[in-house]
Write a protein that binds this ligand. Structure first.
Ligand SMILES: [Zn+2]
Length: 180
């Protein structure tokens, strides 16, 4: 479900320009609904910082269970300091050479994050297992708290503006093939 090809309105409009006349977020009506906007939209019931805290909490908990000693002290601070987990805001420039927290929501695990976990759990096998479990639970959390509601609101909007009406889709398809 969650990968870097989420059907945001931006992508849908790219693919079906005759069906989707706009790519403005149908929830806040303020910005284009890009992949990253889906997770930063002000209409989400949880904000992006809450999402990141949840991820950190999952990583710290799972890692603490399998590592011995108090090597996990200050673990959360180590995580906060990983640049690839930064949250981009309107005020920070988007750097194409660096991952950001949005990429992690979309399923990428930055090397630095993996390395930090590996340091605590020693073997790669355990680190992989920890990250698999963390990412599965995290995706579920995002699905339950953001994606599910976003989809039902967009579906509602689509019905209101007549998208999804078969006749309209057919007409659009016909227009597309006419113009090709
Ligand atoms: Zn929005």
């Amino acid at each position: 479900m969650l990968n870097n090809e989420l059907p945001s309105l931006e992508k849908l409009q790219d693919r079906f320009p005759l069906v989707y006349h706009t790519n403005i977020c149908s929830r806040c009506l303020l910005e284009e609904e890009t992949q990253s906007h889906i997770f930063t939209c002000t209409k989400n019931k949880i904000d992006i910082y809450t999402c990141r805290n949840k991820l950190f909490q999952l990583i710290v908990n799972k890692t603490t269970v399998v590592s011995c000693g108090d090597s996990c002290k200050d673990f959360k601070n180590e995580l906060i300091n990983i640049e690839d987990l930064n949250i981009l805001t309107k005020f920070t420039t988007c750097d194409l050479n660096h991952l950001s927290f949005i990429d992690v929501i979309l399923g990428f695990i930055p090397c630095k994050l993996f390395e930090v976990v590996l340091q605590k759990v020693i073997t790669k096998e355990i680190a992989n297992q920890v990250m698999d479990e963390v990412m599965n639970q995290f995706k579920l959390f995002i699905y339950e708290n953001i994606w599910k509601e976003r989809c039902s609101l967009v579906r509602e909007w689509e019905c209101n503006v007549g998208i999804g009406n078969d006749r309209k889709k057919q007409k659009c398809r016909q227009q597309t093939s006419d113009t090709v």
